[in-house]
Design a protein around this ligand. Sequence first.
Ligand code: AMP
Ligand code: GLY
Length: 420
Amino acid sequence: MNVLILGGGGREHALAWAISQSPDCERLVAAPGNAGIAEVASCIDLAIEDGDAVTAYAKAENIDLVIVGPEAPLVAGVADDLRTAGVAVFGPGKEAAKLEDSKAFTKEICDAAKAPTAGYAHFTEAAPAKEYLASQSLPIVIKADGLAAGKGVIIAETLADAEAAIDDMLGGAFGAAGAEVVIEEFMTGEEASFFILCDGDAVLPLATAQDHKRAFDGDKGPNTGGMGAYSPAPVMTAEVEARAMSEIVKPCLAEMARRGAPYQGVLYAGLMIENGAPRLVEYNVRFGDPECQVLMMRLGSDILPVLKACADRTLADVSLSWRPEPAMTVVLAAEGYPGGYAKGEVISGLAEASADPDVEVFHAGTKLEGDAVLSNGGRVMNITARGDTIAAAREKAYAAIEKINWPGGFHRKDIGWRAL
Ligand code: AMP
Ligand code: GLY
C-alpha cells in the first residue's frame, strides 16, 4: 500500500513509526512531516486543508490510503473530497467532524442518544446567558462553541468570572468559534480518554489513556495541548469501558448514522468518571496528541490493515491486539510554551535516548538542518517508553530524557502521578 499521512506532530510521527513497520506498507509519505518522520517516510509540502490539492496528489501518486492526523483538515472536509474521488481515507467527513467542531452539536447528539453528559444550555446573546447563569451553581463551565485550540474552556469559580468569560467569548475573543457559548454544569470525578474506531457502522474499541493538560508539575499553570500521557488509564476498568460503549459511544454513533453522517475514523471520547459511571466531557474526531504516542507503543499487531478496513467499511472483519505492558510519554517543550518560545535550537543526544528497545523518541516540533535536529515548535518531542508497570515505563522515559541535551527545553517531572 502507498500511504499518505497528513500532519506533522508527535501523533503523526507515532502513526508513521507504527505504519512503517507494516509488511503492507510499500511507500509512506507525510505532509508536512517533521525531522523524526523523515526517518521513516518521505516528507512533502502540501496544503493539507485543501481537499482539491490533497486529492490531486493522492490520485497522481497512486495513494491507497490517506490518514488524517489533525482535526483542521477533517473540519474543512478533506476526507469528503477524497472519498468522493474514490480515495480511501481514514478520518470522518465534515458533517461527522462537527462532533469536535461544535460543542453545541455534540450536546444535541448526546440528548438525542440519551448519553450521559453535563447539563447545559447554549446562547448567542449575553443577556439570556447571564440570566441562565443566575439559576446555576458554581463552579460553572463556559465554552466557546467552536475550535479554539484548547483555549475556549473557562471553569469559573465566581459569577463575575463566568460573566466575564461570556462577555469575552461573545465579544469576539475567540473569533467565530465564540459566536455561540455553551454553559455547562461542572462535573467532578476523574478524567480519561477512550479511543474507538468506527467504519460508519461497525465499532472497535481501541484503548484508554490519561493525559496532563497543564504546563507545570502538580497540574499547575496554563492549559496546553498535553504535556504527557500514559495508557491504559487505571480508572477505565472493563466495566467502565463497557458502560462507556453501551451508554455513550454506541448510541451517539448510531445517532450520527441515523442523521446521514456516519462516523468513519477514530473517535476520541473524553470522559469524566465518578463512582464507576462515565459521562461525556467532549468528543474529538482524531487521535489525541500525545495519547496516540502511548497507544502506538502498546500495539501488539499491525495497525495498517485495521486503519484501511476502517476506511473500506470492513472493520467487522479485522482485529487488533495490544501488548499487556503500559506505556508513558513525557513531552519535551520549549521554554515559554504555551506562550511565546524560541525556535531553531540544536537538540542532541537523541540516539542515546532511544537506545533502549522499549523507548521511542517521537518528534513533534522539529526540523532538520544538515545533520542537526532543531526545535521548531512549542511541544518539540515526546519521550515514550514501555514497561512492565506504569512505574517502570515512567522510569525508562525519564532516564531517556536525561540523555537529551537541550538547555532551552522543559518537561513535567510528575507525569503519571495519578496512576502511581
Ligand atoms: P474540553 O476542551 O471540552 O475538553 O475541555 C477542556 C477541559 O476542561 C477538560 O479536559 C476538562 O478538564 C475540563 N472540562 C470541560 N468541561 C467540563 C465540565 N463540564 N465539567 C468539568 N470539567 C470540564
Ligand atoms: N491531548 C489532548 C488532545 O489531543 O486533544
